[in-house]
Design a protein around this ligand. Structure first.
Ligand code: FE2
Length: 302
């Protein structure tokens, strides 16, 4: 896949556009690589507000209620009812290495969690205010999503020492529409570096096919169907290092991964996924929302 020389060593990065008005240069870079980094998209204060709210929600969560574990490197969580019924709830998922042999948490509760998901944007007022910022709706429309709706939110803890690796995947594997329309908006709430497991992308691969699709095969079982078994050219991956407040936007077909966080620093992030509400959303997708929580769009006025 054609990639201009300027993006072979570094992903496209820009200062955040006022009002979400992506420039032609930003749109060209996004179209070419499938990912752009927009620095200082939100303020340090907005990051702190979200981190504090997340920790309040964690405080109210009793780990004894659930010992559910999430790891995108294995797919077992998709057969876990606590997981697949979380599309319209706020639920907590532990890292695999969160517990010692006696079943006790090995470090502070918030430093044992993999993520919280998947509907904070519609269920918690603090997350709601952040998530429905009109600039995101403007960006979505500028990249061709006619009727954007927020399908998913995740607070990702990537805790020190035990934050697990996430293998290469495409988000449209899980958030699939016909035609495909998934876009990720990922916000660094703390500085994300190679050391603490920032996201890494293979530029331009979003122009290739969707390689896998996840869907329900029975009431409580899901499968991953392989559509294309060509390996990713992993040697071409580039880190998306991001200071707190930076937003990384990426196409639903853009392959990405993140390494194990072996550092002593957490790497908190908040991610949102947008789809076009005019596209068909299959009943077989794992993420389903009940009738009391219909998909919503963004305010129109920026
Ligand atoms: Fe992902």
């Amino acid at each position: 896949m054609e990639l201009s020389a300027k993006y072979r060593d570094v992903l496209p990065s820009f200062s955040a556009p006022a009002g979400g008005e992506l420039t032609p240069e930003m749109l060209d870079a996004y179209k070419e690589t499938g990912v752009i980094i927009l620095e200082d998209f939100v303020s340090a204060e907005a990051c702190a507000v979200l981190r504090e709210r997340a920790l309040q929600l964690v405080e109210g969560f009793d780990p004894d209620e659930v010992r559910s574990v999430f790891s995108a490197s294995e797919q077992t969580q998709l057969n876990d009812r606590y997981f697949y019924e979380s599309g319209d709830k706020i639920r907590f998922f532990f890292e695999y290495d969160a517990f010692d042999d006696a079943g006790n948490l090995i470090q502070a509760k918030e430093d044992c969690l993999n993520k919280m998901g998947h509907a904070m944007h519609d269920l918690d007022p603090v997350f709601e205010e952040f998530s429905y910022m009109p600039e995101l709706g403007e960006i979505a429309r500028r990249i061709g999503i006619a009727n954007p709706g927020l399908i998913q939110s995740m607070y990702i803890f990537k805790p020190p020492r035990i934050g697990g690796e996430v293998h290469f995947h495409q988000d449209s594997t899980f958030i699939y529409t016909e035609p495909e329309s998934c876009v990720g908006f990922w916000f660094a709430l703390e500085d994300a570096t190679v050391e603490n497991g920032c996201m890494q992308f293979i530029p331009a691969q979003h122009r290739g096919p969707l390689k896998q699709r996840n869907y329900r095969v029975s009431e409580d079982a899901f499968t991953i169907e392989v559509l294309d078994d060509t390996p990713w050219p992993e040697h071409a991956k580039l880190p998306a290092e991001a200071t707190a407040g930076t937003m990384v936007m990426f196409d639903g077909r853009a392959p990405h991964m993140s390494r194990h966080n072996t550092s002593d620093r957490s790497r908190h992030a908040y991610s949102l996924h947008v789809i076009d509400q005019d596209c068909h959303y299959p009943a077989g997708n794992w993420l389903q929302r009940g009738p009391e929580l219909p998909l919503r769009g963004f305010p129109q006025d920026v």
